[in-house]
Design a protein around this ligand. Structure first.
Ligand code: FES
Length: 110
């Protein structure tokens, strides 16, 4: 996934890259980028929609405060994309509406 993005990168000494998947499409991200930064660089906006009104959202604060960057990372839902660095082969899915429950969410009644 390489799309036009309104975001421009600063030139840095390190330009090492990793390949991640965003909604099943390959994308070359910079090593050390957060998932949220990679989504913005890929033009993957909105990065999620809200569960109740399906309102579009995108990473905003980039420091773990607003929760607008929630995505699924390697099958784990509701991950704050701004708090996780990309890694080779990482699978990122944008969340649309309410997330699905997984087996790990189900607890046995005691
Ligand atoms: S962008 Fe605000 S918590 Fe991630």
């Amino acid at each position: 996934m390489q799309t036009d993005s309104p975001f421009n990168r600063l030139e840095t000494a390190s330009a090492a890259t990793v390949t991640i998947e965003i909604d099943g499409q390959p994308f070359t991200a910079r090593e050390g980028d957060s998932v949220a930064a990679a989504l913005l660089a890929a033009g993957a906006i909105p990065s999620r929609t809200t569960p109740v009104s399906a309102s579009p959202r995108a990473p905003y604060c980039m420091m773990g405060v607003c929760f607008e960057c929630l995505v699924e990372v390697d099958g784990l839902a509701n991950v704050q994309g701004c708090m996780v660095q990309v890694s080779e082969g990482m699978r990122v899915r944008r969340q649309n509406g309410a997330r699905a429950l997984t087996q790990g969410d189900v607890h046995e009644a005691v």
